[in-house]
Design a protein around this ligand. Structure first.
Ligand code: ZN
Length: 373
């Protein structure tokens, strides 16, 4: 249901008003950061407008139309997403079985773990053949529902040819059609596409909402939920996927590092860093850096507003760290800056482990640089 989507009240209200006024536009553009509910909202909106038991301008989640949309089997809902370049026949069938299988895997993942995205083995885009195929489909009146709905996720990934072909579809869609585009990269879309859509902005979701969502719906314990909600930076999908995997590893490693700093154990930092020369895991390293950032953020809270500390199970250690290092707020902010920059550098860099190792040493140096002894 639209009403169940958390943290997007503004967008949801706009959509419900659209339904209540019966002034449904032919094309919408949902834009905003990734993982905040654009695609979920697109599907719930599709359910609401086609629901045979609509209540309060929302879907019922129970009728056959709602069920079919939930299971990606509604004949009037077409879902388009970027894929590797596949050969498609004129009637939209995949020519190779393994291509068909990958697409099915993508949809299965969407059904059961929508917060994860199926990773295709090759670079993806939305091809001109796919758009032409849509053009054909949109000519047919809906079979079962009131509307034929096309949802195009990551619309910015249309190839140039696809985007140009799509413009024609956008020009005069039939009045039973609703086209919903989603994108995280608003400015990567053709201006002519943007101007033809009603634009609806999605905001990043507050960490309090994410925290409660994890506790209520994903059985995450309180401390874990608090930590994950801060690290996920308003990205609900990332938060849920983190809560389903073992974040403890990265956090434990980060806390080891922090303990070496507290003990002023340079040898320890040396051994700690050496481990990463062999262990090339970019995601893990980034998570570790995220946890270290969180730690330094907590130090600032410790000074000004201890209520907001995220690592609430580490209060004693935070105090110990603070007393031992005597860092000022300015020092702390500089260190956080340094780690943020390293995180950016790491992305896709061949020698990411060296950047991380260098960062560990830099942090250690910065922490103690202002102390005599
Ligand atoms: Zn329904």
């Amino acid at each position: 249901m639209l009403s169940n989507i958390k943290g997007q009240e503004r967008a949801i209200n706009i959509l419900k008003n659209i339904i209540s006024s019966e002034k449904i536009a032919q094309s919408y553009l949902f834009y905003g950061l990734s993982g905040i509910g654009k695609l979920t909202t697109a599907f719930e909106f599709a359910k609401a407008v086609n629901c045979s038991n609509q209540k309060n301008y929302d879907c019922c989640d129970n009728c056959s139309s709602c069920h079919k949309i939930d299971h990606f089997s509604h004949p009037d809902i077409h879902f388009v997403f970027p894929t590797p370049k596949y050969e498609i026949s004129a009637d939209g069938e995949y020519k190779k079985e393994k291509d068909q299988l990958q697409v099915q895997n993508f949809i299965e993942q969407m059904k059961f773990t929508p917060y994860l995205r199926y990773q295709f083995s090759k670079a993806t885009s939305i091809q001109i053949d796919t758009i032409r195929n849509l053009e054909r489909k949109i000519c047919f009146k809906p079979n079962e529902g009131k509307y034929r709905i096309i949802i195009i996720v990551e619309a910015d990934k249309m190839t140039r040819g696809a985007a140009n072909a799509f413009l024609k579809t956008l020009e005069e869609p039939p009045n039973y059609a609703i086209i919903i585009l989603t994108t995280t990269k608003f400015s990567a879309l053709l201006p002519t596409i943007i101007s033809r859509c009603q634009k609806i902005k999605f905001n990043s979701v507050s960490s309090e909402i994410i925290e409660n969502h994890l506790i209520k719906n994903y059985n995450v314990d309180k401390i874990q939920a608090k930590i994950i909600s801060r690290i996920s930076n308003g990205n609900v999908a990332k938060a849920i996927s983190m809560s389903q995997t073992e974040i403890a590893e990265a956090r434990d490693i980060a806390l080891d590092f922090i303990n070496f700093i507290i003990e002023k154990d340079f040898e320890g930092i040396n051994d700690f860093s050496d481990n990463f020369r062999q262990n090339r895991n970019e995601d893990l390293l980034k998570e570790i850096l995220d946890f270290i950032i969180l730690w330094f953020g907590d130090l600032i809270y410790l000074i000004y507003n201890s209520e907001k500390i995220v690592n609430i199970d580490q209060k004693d250690n935070l105090m110990k760290f603070y007393q031992k290092t005597e860092l000022s707020e300015k020092n702390i902010r500089e260190i956080i800056d340094l780690i943020e920059k390293a995180k950016h550098l790491i992305s896709g860099h061949i020698n990411f482990e060296l950047i991380a190792i260098d960062t560990f040493f830099q942090i250690y140096k910065r922490v103690y640089q202002n102390q005599k002894r």
